[in-house]
Design a protein around this ligand. Structure first.
Ligand code: ATP
Ligand code: MG
Length: 359
């Protein structure tokens, strides 16, 4: 008898991260704080998508392994509770790879190549023409990461919306081709009508796209904070590192003295204050002074160091405790894989039935 899905009264939630580094403040406001808050309401599955890390660093397996462990530690440090939530590594779930193959047939090639998230990544990570075939395949793999769990909710940052749209298209097409669902069916009714896969609504975090600490690109756009772009403040950074990063962060380049009028808009210093400072009255009055040339960058940056340290330091300390017992992290990942495999294997079984390929 194959293991059957335990009936959980809670709806499922799926989201995750690529192990290309440690988690940063963009993850916190874009997704992580939502995840921590929703553990009671949802049956949460958090995937560490290690196969996707190979799309840009196939030559660095040891670094990918370290990042997997780092991200698991970051989850625990941020307050994800493995008793309530499932943390697992993608490559431990064979059903995901099998589903990827079938889903790949449902994605038109041209549609994939127009995907704006892929285009942005190729530009921002300076991949040029040197990306692998697997890099193009990763959005399809991500569809399988998600649909293997048939979740109700997928919390993501704004850069993932294009991938989520592709996921919705594939789910509709699969349900139409293989479950006999009428294409005119409303998205919310696909499962009720007998479809296997839900048409998922993405859930954006409080901040859709946090910028990094660096200067804008050639188009004048501030880049998103990203593990791979060397512009991130990590939730595991020491107070000293946080201070150095904030003091060196990009602000208004035209402002040379504290008495020069400054620009608040599109200025990471103020984006960070608006995002993280609990004292928004101070932020508004300091922004006015900044505009008027009545307050210095250094004073505002020092304030930001205090704000960010207060957020990060408790997480960093919890992380240090978990780091002392590496066996615990591995046990969490193994236990998570066992739970995730029960759900994903059941999805694959149902998918093969729908595909008429159950033999
Ligand atoms: P990489 O540079 O390797 O792509 P990343 O920093 O973009 O890493 P991902 O693992 O790709 O992180 O993203 C994990 C999740 O965090 C996704 O839902 C993504 O949308 C969200 N996220 C990442 N960066 C930000 C950000 N700066 N602001 C808001 N959300 C973000
Ligand atoms: Mg990314």
């Amino acid at each position: 008898m194959p293991p059957t899905e335990p009936a959980s009264p809670k709806p499922r939630l799926l989201t995750g991260d690529t192990p290309t580094g440690r988690l940063h403040l963009g993850h916190w406001v874009g997704s992580l704080e939502n995840r921590v808050a929703m553990q009671d309401e949802y049956d949460c599955f958090f995937i560490i998508a290690n196969a996707h890390a190979f799309t840009t660093r196939a030559d660095q397996p040891e670094a990918i392994r370290q990042s997997v462990l780092d991200i698991a530690l970051d989850y625990l440090a941020a307050g994800i509770d493995p008793q309530r939530s499932t943390i697992f590594v993608q490559s431990e779930i064979p059903a995901i790879a099998e589903l990827t193959f079938f889903f790949a047939m449902l994605v038109p090639f041209g549609r994939l190549m127009r995907n704006p998230t892929l285009k942005d990544e190729i530009r921002d990570k300076q991949l040029g023409d040197n990306y692998s075939f697997g890099f193009l395949l990763y959005p399809v793999g991500q569809i399988a990461d998600i649909l293997a769990f048939r979740p109700k909710l997928v919390p993501v940052g704004e850069d993932q919306l294009a991938h989520l749209e592709l996921t919705r298209e594939v789910a509709r097409r699969f349900n139409q081709y293989y479950c006999g669902i009428d294409p005119r069916t409303a998205d919310a009714d696909y499962v009720k009508a007998g479809g296997l896969f839900p048409i998922i609504e993405p859930k954006l975090g409080r901040v859709r796209r946090l910028v990094g600490t660096g200067a804008p690109n050639a188009d004048g756009q501030l880049l998103k904070m990203s593990k791979s772009l060397n512009n991130a403040i990590f939730i595991s950074d020491t107070p000293d590192t946080v201070r150095k990063k904030v003091m060196a962060m990009y602000t208004d380049p035209k402002r040379l003295r504290a008495t020069d009028p400054g620009t608040v808009e599109n200025n990471p210093l103020w984006i960070f204050h608006e995002t993280f400072n609990p004292d928004q009255d101070w932020v508004r009055s300091a922004e006015e002074k900044y505009r008027a040339g009545a307050i210095g960058d250094v004073e505002c940056k020092k304030k930001l160091v205090d704000v960010l340290t207060a957020l990060i330091e408790p997480m960093r300390r919890r992380r240090l405790d978990f780091e002392k017992e590496p066996g615990h992290v591995l046990a969490v990942l193994r236990e998570g894989a066992a739970r995730a495999n029960v759900v994903a294997a059941e999805t694959l079984r149902l998918a093969k039935q729908a595909l008429r390929q159950a033999y």
